[in-house]
Design a protein around this ligand. Structure first.
Ligand code: DGP
Ligand code: NA
Ligand code: NA
Length: 217
């Protein structure tokens, strides 16, 4: 009906970056600031380790289970696809969604594996059709700086050689997806300065006006 169609939806915002780039902290700060403007906001993190697919992914990341490269790749993708209807419902109800990792991590981490089993093109395919973000914030940090931060190296992909490849592939993928609104954020800066950069970009998105209908797929 016309009334429902004319109601603005929430924005879909994705935060991407290397391990230890500060994504989760920045997502939390952004959500708080959006809430401070009397807006509904929801934080979503992929992989969502609470679902059945997420539990398999969690065992794999912690080195407790092995998986064929293609199979684990498709599990990560399924973990996003199973969340789509819930995301669209939230957006339609006017809630802005801040996503901590999405399809971009999905493609680049698989393609960065040392055995080079999966091409970036192959890895991107199962992501096609997922709701496209209105804004992607790429928290860019050198792998050297990321490694210096605490808690590094606990999970499967947290090795410097891997992160160097991940960073190169992120930049390559974003350069190819030029229809997307991708903003590079210097994540090597102190926490509050990173948050300020993100907030300025968010305000521009808000100024560009509300969005209607479902995001493009
Ligand atoms: P996090 O919980 O954000 O630390 O993510 C866990 C790890 O999994 C991290 O090293 C990034 C990686 N990752 C996230 N999403 C995907 C994906 O879709 N595919 C692959 N291969 N790795 C992913
Ligand atoms: Na991690
Ligand atoms: Na994978």
């Amino acid at each position: 009906d016309v009334e429902a169609d004319s109601k603005p939806r929430g924005h879909l915002i994705v935060v991407e970056g290397l391990d230890r780039s500060g994504k989760t902290t920045q997502c939390e700060m952004l959500c708080e600031d959006i809430q401070g403007r009397e807006k509904k906001v929801k934080y979503i993190k992929f992989p969502d380790r609470t679902t059945a697919t997420g539990q398999m992914i969690n065992s794999y990341l912690q080195g407790k289970a092995e998986q064929n490269d293609q199979a684990i790749h498709l599990l990560f993708s399924a973990n996003r696809w199973e969340a789509v209807q819930g995301m669209l419902d939230e957006l339609q109800s006017g809630t802005t969604i801040v996503i901590d990792r999405y399809s971009f991590s999905g493609a680049v981490y698989s393609a960065a594996k040392e055995n080079q089993n999966l091409s970036l093109e192959w890895a991107w395919n199962p992501e096609i059709g997922l709701p496209q973000p209105d804004l992607v914030l790429f928290l860019d940090i050198s792998s050297e700086d990321a490694v210096k931060r605490g808690g590094y190296g606990e999970e499967r992909y947290e090795k410097e050689e891997m992160q160097i490849k991940v960073r190169t592939l992120f930049k390559h993928l974003f350069s190819k997806l030029d229809h997307l609104n991708v903003r590079n954020i210097d994540a090597g800066q102190p926490l509050q300065s990173v948050a300020d950069q993100i907030w300025q970009v968010y305000l521009k998105l808000e100024e560009s006006g509300p969005a209607y209908g479902n995001p493009p797929s």
